[in-house]
Design a protein around this ligand. Structure first.
Ligand code: WQD
Length: 319
């Protein structure tokens, strides 16, 4: 049976698709290639080009196929961009998702794995969050992800919601590297090129041990396993209609730690400058991970240093 992977040509999506193939699951990728790249996909995976913002594209995707479920990753994902252009985030991440959910309901497809985000929590007191912590997003990106989680329920679709923390790293497929985003690692790697501008450390006076932002960085090679666990869970039919799980390691690392780890991997220091904090950023956010372990038997296994090193090694112009 087939699982549709929206956004399957993106950074996380392409890693998930490759893992599905290894596990013998059939994947059909739906992607408009706005952020995704076809060369991230294995040659024998069907790619349907289309946008979730176009009802016709979405209906065409589901028509005439026997689909077991949908893994939904297609979305815009930059916090900073969402602050500048909230309407575009609403249109793609929320309105687009409605088209998809509507088409699923019409086609009788009733299972979804949803790629959600730690951004739904907003600015948590104490910096550590369990799935029971209040969801209170402080930027449009986080709000669209929380709206998405709620919409799935409204449409009566059974789901596993993966609230991913900061996914980094690469598998053994260099084309799948995370290249085009505003996230920290790509920004650091760009600063390592000869003659490049130093990377901006966005705030060094946060109430954290180093003064820089603290995040829970999780290796994409670990993250892909939980997508497969989520599929198994949905196929088993057990449990509640919506299972929400944090996808993180439980350990926090600061921007300083990231600069040090990249410096180690590259064997030379990272050029950086201190800049003001970014709108919509929080000082610290780290996952509690007990639920993923209990409910999906999933635990991150790879270290922060390994994750950073694999990302550096996959970076197109590293070394
Ligand atoms: C990490 C840290 C920045 C860039 C968001 C989403 C999350 C996930 C990843 C989607 C922060 C600092 C960054 C830079 C910096 N989802 N930073 N200089 O904002 O934590 O998470 O993206 O993709 O759900 O919320 O990720 O990588 O942008 O930032 O100092 O040039 O690095 O302030 O402390 P973020 P990020």
């Amino acid at each position: 049976m087939t699982w549709i992977v929206t956004g399957g040509a993106g950074y996380i999506g392409a890693h998930v698709v490759r893992r599905m193939r290894v596990s013998g699951l059939d994947a059909v990728v739906f992607d408009d290639l706005s952020g995704g790249r076809a060369d991230r996909l294995p040659g024998d995976v069907e790619l349907v080009r289309g946008s979730i913002t176009e009802p016709d594209d979405v209906n065409r995707l589901l028509r005439g196929r026997r689909v077991d479920g949908v893994i939904h990753l297609a979305a815009l994902k930059s916090v900073a961009e969402s602050v500048a252009e909230p309407g575009r985030y609403q249109s793609v991440n929320v309105d687009g998702m409605k088209h998809l959910l509507y088409a699923m309901r019409e086609a009788g497809v009733s299972r979804m794995v949803f790629s959600s985000s730690a951004a739904v929590y907003g600015r948590p007191a104490g910096g550590t969050v369990s799935e029971r912590s209040r969801a209170n997003p402080i930027n449009p990106y986080g709000r669209t992800k929380l709206d998405g989680e709620r919409l799935i329920k409204e449409y009566g679709i059974r789901s596993v919601v993966l609230r991913q923390f900061n996914v980094i790293g690469a598998g053994t497929h260099p084309h799948a590297a995370d290249t085009g985003t505003t996230n920290l690692l790509p920004a650091v790697f760009r600063a390592m090129a000869p003659g490049a501008e130093p990377v901006a450390v966005l705030g060094d006076r946060y109430d954290t041990p180093t003064g820089t932002g603290v995040r829970d960085y999780v290796h994409v090679a670990d993250v892909v396993r939980i997508y497969l666990d989520a599929i198994d869970h949905l196929r088993s039919g057990a449990g509640e209609d919506q299972l929400i799980v944090n996808v993180g390691t439980g350990a926090g690392h600061s921007v300083r730690d990231v600069l040090n780890a990249v410096g180690e991997a590259a064997d030379r220091p990272v050029p950086f400058r201190i800049a003001p904090p970014r709108d919509g950023d929080v000082p610290a956010i780290v996952a509690r991970t007990a639920r993923a372990a209990q409910r999906l038997h999933w635990k991150a296994e790879l270290s922060f240093a390994e994750a950073v090193r694999s990302a550096w090694e996959a970076w197109p112009v590293s070394g």
